[in-house]
Design a protein around this ligand. Structure first.
Ligand code: FES
Ligand SMILES: [Fe+2]
Length: 390
């Protein structure tokens, strides 16, 4: 069963009540943000440091289905190789050859050894350098002792995690807090991955995260898509440390009014959105585990979104697999053509300097919490930085 039934029924009760009362969870007050947070180079650099020092969720555990499996991931312009080794554990490495820094692996699949495409230096799946053609040319290189730079890695709550700094300790238990059990309960880790779709867009990375933090815009932006099935400006909000959960009720939720609670099948009537600090969004239904990994680009006005989806359906059936890809395509084109296209006009206006501020309403508690969590983390980083210098 997904999530704790008590907790699920409680969230559903709250959703039904909000829908019945035609309202949404409200923050105590409005919240004002400075436009420069989306446009300043200085803030952009601090944001990048914040991401580099946070545990990074990079995919589903099911992307490494068995020992010998590998996958590669782009995370903030870094190429990372993940492997599942003979003992079943997950390892991660900078996907950077010791010779002249070629990527040693691409895509995903099964391989116990990785032979660099440039001059065939070869590594095993624990990162060790196991062969160098023309080894007499490299007296400074030692087989077995030398290898790819290993990054802290873990499989936890159904997801793959890495730290981008090789020296860091990766403490995901502390990072997720009580959310760990809830995420694990979905079982997304065992669902079948449907691939990655990348959006390289002219919007600040926070603007990309913002689009998933409220459903106030559904009736307008998604008039012909999501709004046909989901309510607008109606969300159950809970902050969970620096993360949050939003429940977006579907239009059908009011049917539950006439059904005794014991008979409720709540997942037929909601989408659950998790924002994981600082840059990850999960959008989950009983049939889809969508993942958005959102990264700052080379300038404040650019970002990269890696969109993944997974399904509990059995993809060995071709018709089922085609149907699942169609659902993924639909969600992807909606985000690309509706949310992000609109956000491009925001970014242009923010960068123009025409207006200094923007405002998040009481009905946008997710946005308020995201921006508060980022500010607090940046303050903590600044404090740590100044005590380092002392
Ligand atoms: S760059 Fe990898 S073998 Fe030369
Ligand atoms: Fe949207």
């Amino acid at each position: 069963m997904l999530m704790d039934r008590e907790q699920l029924i409680d969230l559903t009760r709250r959703a039904v009540k909000l829908a019945r009362d035609k309202t949404t969870d409200l923050a105590p007050s409005q919240y004002t943000v400075n436009a420069r947070e989306y446009t300043s180079v200085e803030r952009h650099e601090r944001d990048k440091t914040m991401l580099l020092t946070s545990p990074q969720l990079v995919g589903y555990a099911s992307e490494l289905p068995k020992p010998g499996a590998y996958c590669t991931k782009m995370v903030m312009e870094r190429s990372i190789l993940l492997t599942r080794t003979a003992d079943g554990s997950v390892k991660a490495f900078n996907n950077v050859c010791l010779h002249r820094q070629s990527q040693v692996a691409t895509g995903c699949g099964t391989a116990k050894r990785f032979s660099c495409p440039y001059h065939a230096w070869t590594y095993d799946n624990t990162g060790r350098l196991v062969s160098v053609p023309g080894a007499e040319g490299f007296p400074g290189v030692t087989l077995d002792a030398d290898g790819l730079t290993e990054l802290p890695a873990a499989e936890f709550a159904g997801f793959l995690w890495v730290a981008l700094n090789p020296e860091a300790t990766l403490d995901i238990v502390a990072h997720l807090g009580p959310l760990a059990d809830e995420l694990a309960s979905w079982g997304i880790g065992n669902w079948s991955p449907l691939g990655e779709k990348v959006l390289d867009v002219p919007i600040n990375w926070k603007l990309a995260v913002d689009t998933f933090a409220e459903n106030y815009h559904f009736a307008t932006v998604h008039r012909r898509t999501f709004a046909l099935i989901a309510r607008s400006n109606c969300a159950v909000f809970d902050s969970l440390g620096p993360h949050h959960r939003l429940v977006f009720p579907l239009n059908s939720i009011l049917e539950l009014n006439n059904v005794p609670e014991e008979q409720w099948d709540p997942f037929q009537h909601m989408v659950v959105i998790y924002a994981l600090f600082p840059n990850i969004v999960l959008s989950v239904t009983i049939a889809n585990g969508e993942l958005f990994r959102i990264y700052p680009g080379d300038t404040p006005g650019r970002s990269i979104t890696v969109h993944q989806n997974s399904t509990p359906l059995d993809l060995s059936d071709e018709t089922v697999a085609a149907g699942a890809q169609k659902v993924f395509d639909y969600a992807h084109t909606t985000v690309r053509d509706e949310d992000y296209r609109l956000a491009e006009t925001l970014q242009a206006n923010l960068a123009s300097g025409a207006r200094d501020q923007l405002v998040f309403g009481r009905n946008e508690p997710g946005l308020q919490h995201r921006h508060r969590a980022w500010s607090q983390a940046l303050d903590a980083l600044d404090a740590a930085g100044s005590s380092d210098r002392r």
